[in-house]
Design a protein around this ligand. Sequence first.
Ligand SMILES: [Zn+2]
Length: 83
Amino acid sequence: MSHYQEPNAYIFGPCYACGRGFVFNPHRVPSYDPSLDDPSKPAGRQPICSTCIVVINERRKASGLEPWTVYPDSYEPVHISEL
Ligand SMILES: [Zn+2]
């Protein structure tokens, strides 16, 4: 019998837009792949922080684009079983 609980993992990385470090759930965070717009950039999703996504979504709405989805757990630690 064990009451050991698997810990959460705090995934920490820089925001693609502002460069500030922040904690995020890699499966849920809004992210952007710069190689889609610029093939010279390395492919891979880059996370966007909670401050920048508000600004980006305002711009997207103003341009008639769908805002990116932000989930309640986008900026929460992730359980290690989900990594
Ligand atoms: Zn940011």
